[in-house]
Design a protein around this ligand. Sequence first.
Ligand code: ADP
Ligand code: MG
Length: 362
Amino acid sequence: MPSKAVPESAERYGSVLDQLLEGFQVLDRRWRYLYVNDAVVAQARRTRAELLDRSMLELYPGIEQTPLFAVLERCMRERVSAEFVNHFTYPDGQRAWFELRIRPVPEGLVMLSMDITDRKALEERVRQSQRLDAAGRMAAGLAHDFGNLLTAIRGSVALARRRKPDAPVRDDLDLALQATARAEALVEQLMDFCRRRDVDPRVLSPADRVRDFADLLGRAIGRQYALRLELGPSPAIRIDGGAFEQMLLNFVVNAAEAGPDGGPITIATGDVLFEGEAHFGPITLPPGRYAALTVSDAGSGMTAAVAEHIFEPFFTTKGDAHGTGLGLSTCYGIVRQAAGAIAVCSEPGQGTAFTVYLPAAD
Ligand SMILES: Nc1ncnc2c1ncn2[C@@H]1O[C@H](COP(=O)(O)OP(=O)(O)O)[C@@H](O)[C@H]1O
Ligand SMILES: [Mg+2]
């Protein structure tokens, strides 16, 4: 039960405050919790009774030594507001981030607390992928410079060897040449790897490409899945071959993960003519001929609320341990790069079909 010192409005609007995502707590001048809404109870992982009328100092031993408490104390003493991002570790070792807004009130302080742990994790993943990107670019640049240096070294060594063909250093020069050749091969490999990030659009037939890739696809998801191919005639498209396969793989892996075990998963190709503009969410495709590629499954399907977010990077319903949330956002990027669009058709329990429209190359 809220204590008597609770501001009247908080008591009256308690049920409203319990709807907030933000924690809403009132502390008296002796650091006792006068009021906590449901979000605070959840964030603190305590019961309401454990919090109310108890002092923060008693509940969190050692808090006096933290930077957070220094801020709270200043707000209390000087009657000023503050904002603070608090990194918190639960007793079980789990870490969380809270964004706190602190305001002085006659009773003491009111504090709004927002759990921003997910956002922090997301920022970290974005930073990480940017670092990877930067590392890739750097490696490509280094490999290129290094390759030029090696060419110069090999030239000089070869020249020295030719000038003094019988000198006692000849064996050493031969070894140097061999090592240079090995280094050049390594640089070549590194450049190949980095170059794979660049797109190299070529004209290809979707049906042929699917047929060639189906065997690998089957291996990727496990032989127990029935992969059906319905490869109708479709126009040639201009797209990077590796990207096309990557996209197909992402769709098929998702289809397999949506269950039921064994599939079936169908990949179909076809030919579509849009007489007028065709709209797919925010994307508008101009009229014309398109190749259609459909990957469909008889799996769990998804709700409209989920479907709305599936192309967002890092959006996953599979939990952090299983999903990356990067499969469909990658597909989206690949399809946009090729001036196409993706349509989704899904019902919970009824399976899902993704159809990609890519403009005919001619
Ligand atoms: N074939 C499918 N059936 C049902 N849900 C799907 C399907 N494909 C994608 N989804 C939904 O879209 C989300 C995002 O997919 P994706 O970007 O590949 O990330 P991830 O597979 O790592 O979760 C999935 O978590 C899932 O909720
Ligand atoms: Mg996926």
